[in-house]
Design a protein around this ligand. Sequence first.
Ligand SMILES: [Zn+2]
Ligand SMILES: [Zn+2]
Length: 250
Amino acid sequence: MAAKQNNISINSIKDESRRYKSTWGQRAWFACGCATLLISIAKSTLLIIAASPVGPLTWVELTLAALIGYVAADLGSGIFHWAIDNYGGAETPIFGSQIESFRAHHQHPADIIKCDTAGVLYVVSAATAFAVLPFNVLSGDAVLLVLVGSFAGFVMFSLKFHAWAHTPRRRLPRVVAALQDAGVILPWSNHVKHHRPPFDGYFCTVSGVWNRVLDEYKFFSAAEAVVLRVTGVRPRSWSEPGSDWSQVSD
Ligand SMILES: [Zn+2]
Ligand SMILES: [Zn+2]
């Protein structure tokens, strides 16, 4: 009897760890996303070398392109997260699994740190590959490649920054904790406000730098009013704050 119970608990632990392990398909999509970003970096580097010596103005343009991509990615991550949290469902094409994952995340926030990186990032990695590849193939402009690569790269890894914001500090690599402290990537002190009532803000997950501004100017409330007027669809946060959004486990 005791042996049977032990077997059942070992099997349930195995099932649990399998649930959070990425599949080979998910790892392949993650690899495609990473490869696309690496091609952007390699091509822009080769273009700069081919054009050298480049003047100080070009270096300013390249630095600004990287910074604009980083700041815009925080805003982009917030708009994506807001849309996923508020509209569609499991049956929505392409994004259905993401919508379900984000809904589950509000109820079981700590589960995100049990998943491996490819399992968390594979959908956005696939989107990155499809969106960035045409620029890699067609563009010969290093500044444009840096801008697109920076934006796409930070959006792609925003879900990893989100997972790190939920990770206990003692389990974070030192460099990650330092980047969070410096506000370069999303700290828990910023993201925690997304998991508290009224569950209608703090969606940005790259650095979170936009969160306060968007909240103060009620950007997402205005966007929800526009969506309602144009499509007649109400955001989920208006009707389901008690069930879908509240945390039920650590
Ligand atoms: Zn959310
Ligand atoms: Zn979260």
